[in-house]
Structures are given as C-alpha cells and as structure tokens.
Write a protein that binds this ligand. Structure first.
Ligand SMILES: NC(=O)c1ccc[n+]([C@@H]2O[C@H](COP(=O)([O-])OP(=O)(O)OC[C@H]3O[C@@H](n4cnc5c(N)ncnc54)[C@H](O)[C@@H]3O)[C@@H](O)[C@H]2O)c1
Ligand SMILES: O=C(O)CC[C@@H](O)C(=O)O
Length: 526
C-alpha cells in the first residue's frame, strides 16, 4: 500500500483525495531529525511552508516519488536534489493568488490607517482618536515589484482604488504592464517615486536583500513597504533601523528571513509596522484550492500519470504529454534500443523529428529518448524528472534536428548514438495511432515491432546463414517469434532482427558471432 506523509496543516479535502490511493499519515510539527527518521517509509510528502525539505530529507526518502507543496513557493524544498533523485516536485501556482494579493492590500490599508494599533489600544480600554490619524491611498503612487499573478491582482484592485501604478519586472512586456494600467520603470525610479512599494517576486540570488539600507535610502521618508512575497528579500535589520529613525513611513511584513520569526527588532517597533505570521495564503478558500490542486497531483503521480504543475519537469505539461504519449513511448523505446546497440560510454545522441513531429514540442520527446538511452544503465533510477540532468552529468552531448520534409510516415524519429564503441542509428515510427515499428537499423531498412527480447546481427547476405542462426538458437531452446532481414543490395551487407520468446543465454552471443558471415551481433532487452 502506498503511503503519504502530510507534515504541515492541510485542508481535509486534500487528505480525502490522497486517501483514495494511499494510507495518509498527518504528522505536523516534526523536528528536522524526526522527519529524516520517518521519511523512508513514504512514497509522497505533502507540505506547506513549515517543513524544510532538505537534501538530507530527500536522501533519506528512498521511496519518495513526489513532493507536493500546497502553495506557490518551493524555496523550502531542495529542488535540485529532488531532481537529481528523480523526485517530482509539484506546487499550486494559482491556488492562493487572490489570498496573497488581498493580504498585501489589507496590509496597505491597515498600515495606512493604523488599524492594528488602534484596535490594540481599544482593547486596552482606551479611546484615542488623535494617535491614529492615517493617510489615504487614493491618488497615491503604488510601486509593484513583480507583475506576475499576485502583483497583477494587486495592481488591478489598487487601480480601482484610484492609485497611480508603477511597476518593475524585467520579464514583463510594456503591453502587459499597460493592460494593468502600470507604467514599467526601473527599480530606482520605482523606489524614488512610490508612496507604497509592494513586493511580489520570488526569492532568488538576484532578489535576496533587494531592499537594503541603500535601496531604503532611495525611498521617500514617508513611503511604506509591503512584503507578502518571501522573507530575505528585505534586509530586516536595515528596515527596522530606517523605521525607528523615521527614514521610512511604514511597513507591512508577512514573511521573514527565518520563520517562525524569533527575537527581532521588527517586533519592537510601534504603529508604523504591521506584522503577520506568514498569513498570505491563509484563507479558507486558498487552503481548499491548494489542497485539492496538490493532492490531486500527488494522487495522479502515484497512479503513474503526469502532474499538471511540476516545477522540475519543465515543458512536460499534461495536455502536451497526453497528445505526445505514443511518440514518447516510441522515443523511449528507440533510446533504449540504440543505447544497448551502442553499448559502452555514450558520448552523443542526436534526435531527428521528422514529418508532422517536426512541428511538435520536441523537449518531452528528447527527455523520453534520454530516459530510454540511460535506462539500461540506470534502470528505474532514471525517469522523466532526472533524465536530462543524468545525461548532462555523463557528458552526453544531445542535439536535435527537425526535418519536416520527410513524409514516409506522418511522424517518425531517428536516433543516432555515438559512443566509445562506435555509432549506431535507429529509426522508428507509429503505425496507426499507437503501434510502434522500428523502421531502420544502422540505415538498413527493416519493419519490426519492438519486443522484449531481440537479437540483431550485422552479416553478409548469403545462402544458409539465417538457417544456421535458427538452428543455433534452437539448440539453446530459444524460440524465435519473428524474424526479418534488411539489406541494401543483394549479397551485400545486411541486418537480421529476431524477436525472441526467451532471453538469450549469456554464452550464445559469442557463438553467434563465430558463425561464418556474421560481422557483429547484439542482444537487446526492452
Ligand atoms: N505570503 C504568502 O503566503 C504567499 C502566498 C503566495 C505566494 N507568495 C509569494 O509571492 C511571490 C509572487 O508569487 P506569484 O504567484 O505572483 O508569482 P509569479 O511567478 O506569478 O510572479 C512573480 C513575478 O516576479 C517577476 N520577477 C522575477 N524576478 C524578478 C526580479 N529580480 N525583479 C522584478 N521582478 C521579478 C517575474 O517576472 C514574475 O512576473 C512569490 O515569492 C510567492 O512565493 C507568498
Ligand atoms: O503554506 C502557506 O501558508 C504559505 C504559502 C505561500 O508562502 C506560498 O508560497 O504559496
């Protein structure tokens, strides 16, 4: 029975989905050591932002196939290590967009009107109207850093509230910014001209400490900053000092460099700062959305299907995979076949997509071919997640070619593997929608369906040779299911492909190679 560990609080609806296919253990508040200790039992791990999925956790998760992050950010997962281990990492890119955007807007309003401080004073029994005179956001300038999903929603609502909008996002077009009524500007201009700055960017090496003493010095002393994105984008010590010294008007902070936030100068500040404990995604609606989104993906992956938002299988969108499925199988089979024919250390693989396939998205097909190529050596350790990285680490130079002009089949593939033992090529196509055919081997035309056990020979086309091979196999009690010969000219070089019902005994290959007229022979197990 499959087992899933849920190590952060997840809505029950997600647990119910996981329970359709697995035993689900909910164990929140595990220490890092406890997580390392138990993770080996589980096929999948579902988390929010509380669990740190370190390299050590992944190393210990020998059975792990998928890590599901019920939210957007995967910075609490060592994705590189997961990829290396062939573990799919999925998230919910949109499930909490509205929740996080509304939290940023709530921060903007509550700090403008000192609502948390006024509320606290009321609860202390006071009636102090003078201490909490705020400011309006109407006609003020909001600088949106990161005009992605959350930034765009914040911009839309802020525009409706009568704010002027600036945006900094090097990856967004001026047209998109225009649609959102934002003026795209450089970061320095945004800092200089904004009354409010709101951050909606991922934490990356470029964005770490983006807001520091230097950038704060560029802002208006009355400006207010909101971070509902990721901790570590603002230098918290520099922020606290600037607020304490009146060099910045206010801050609304939901995320911290280290969570949970321990002792911090931010906690010592007054009404000018609003702090929340990473609540951006904490709405009932968002938690249901992300739980369903991620639990469904875990369930699907455990059932052997693809995930719709895997962060470490770029380009393998489920709709694309669905359409290409028969060709992915073909690519994997041909990769496996040419890998075994080439043997030894493969140095290069060229994949040619022909006919209609030339206009298809090639990346999944290339990944499938690499998975096949490496599967003989790596067995089940190689999968769609890590095939590219494994190939790269082995120094395999991968190239792809597209040839729309080839019209033998509606779409066909050609793989050429070059290694330290030589070069081999295979061509393959689909008959009808799904039936695979190997259509050439080392440029000799053949037409055979791939089968589990196969024997390939390169030989001289001469009378009696096929009979001798048949008798030899018979003497080892190996049954031939089908046989085909391909040649370019009569009595020239030829190939023979035999599909066998049984695996070939170890010693028979050498005997086959001794038969007069045989140049070479290969066994392949698919
Ligand atoms: N507080 C929470 O609970 C909470 C909830 C959801 C999301 N988040 C965080 O909010 C952030 C935004 O999420 P999203 O869903 O909008 O992501 P998104 O990917 O849709 O948008 C991010 C945007 O940032 C831009 N960007 C990347 N690097 C940049 C840089 N150096 N400078 C400027 N722009 C840059 C990208 O082009 C993109 O448009 C993420 O960090 C996410 O983890 C936090
Ligand atoms: O799990 C949470 O509540 C936080 C989620 C949020 O930070 C995200 O990146 O989606």
């Amino acid at each position: 029975m499959l087992k899933v560990l849920v190590s952060d609080p997840i809505d029950q609806v997600g647990i119910n989905i996981l329970s359709q296919v697995a035993t689900v253990d909910v164990k929140t508040n595990l220490s890092p050591e406890q997580l390392v200790e138990v993770i080996g039992e589980y096929d999948a791990l579902m988390i929010r932002s509380g669990t740190q999925v370190t390299a050590e956790v992944i190393e210990s998760g020998q059975k792990l196939k998928i890590i599901g992050r019920a939210g957007v950010g995967v910075d609490n997962v060592d994705v590189t290590m997961a990829t290396r281990k062939g573990i799919v990492v999925v998230n919910s890119p949109e499930g909490n967009t509205i929740a996080a955007a509304e939290h940023a807007l709530a921060m903007m309003m509550s700090m403008s009107r000192y609502i948390p401080a006024a509320d606290a004073s009321m609860k202390e029994g006071k009636w102090n109207r003078k201490a909490f005179t705020g400011v309006e956001v109407y006609k003020k300038t909001l600088g949106v850093v990161g005009l992605g999903k959350i930034g765009a929603h914040v911009a839309t609502v802020a525009h409706a509230m009568g704010m002027r909008l600036l945006a900094f996002d090097p990856f967004v077009s001026a047209e998109r910014a225009d649609q959102l009524n934002c003026q795209l500007v450089e970061m320095d201009v945004l800092l200089r001209d904004s009354d409010y700055v709101t951050l909606h960017i991922p934490k990356t090496p470029e964005t770490a400490n983006l807001i520091n003493a230097e950038s704060i010095a560029k802002m208006k002393p009355t400006a207010r900053i909101i971070n509902c994105a990721r901790g570590g984008i603002i230098d918290e010590a520099a922020l606290a000092t600037a607020l304490a010294e009146g060099r910045l008007g206010g801050a609304g902070i939901d995320v911290y460099g280290s969570e949970p936030l321990g002792e911090s100068p931010l906690r010592d500040l007054g009404r000018e700062i609003v702090l929340t404990p990473h609540l951006g995604a904490s709405t009932e609606e968002a938690q249901v959305n992300v739980a369903i989104d991620v639990a469904e993906q875990i369930r699907d992956v455990l059932l052997g299907n693809s995930a719709r938002s895997a962060v470490n299988i770029p380009g393998l969108r489920p709709d694309v995979v669905e359409k290409l499925k028969p060709y992915l199988q073909l690519a994997e089979t041909l990769g496996n076949l040419v890998g075994q024919l080439a043997g030894g250390r493969i140095e290069a693989l060229n994949i040619t997509l022909r006919g209609d396939l030339a206009s298809a998205q090639s990346q999944p097909i290339v990944v499938a071919a690499l998975k096949g190529l490496l599967s003989h050596a790596l067995q089940e350790r190689v999968n769609y997640v890590n095939a590219s990285i494994e190939a790269k680490e082995r120094g395999i130079h991968v190239t792809e070619t597209k040839d729309e002009s080839s019209r033998d089949y509606s779409g066909s593939l050609r793989l050429v593997a070059t290694g330290n033992l030589g070069e081999h090529s295979v061509d393959g196509a689909l008959l009808g929608d799904e039936e695979m055919r190997v259509t050439s081997l080392d440029d000799f035309p053949i037409n055979v369906p791939p089968s589990r056990h196969m024997l390939f020979t390169l030989h001289k086309d001469m009378p009696g040779l096929i009979g001798r091979i048949g008798s030899l196999l018979g003497s080892f009690n190996v049954n031939i299911a089908s046989m085909q010969v391909g040649r370019k000219i009569v009595r020239g070089d030829a190939v023979m492909v035999l599909s066998l019902d049984d695996p070939l005994p170890d010693n028979i290959l050498n005997e086959i190679k001794q038969v007069a007229g045989i140049t070479d022979a290969y066994t392949v197990t698919l």
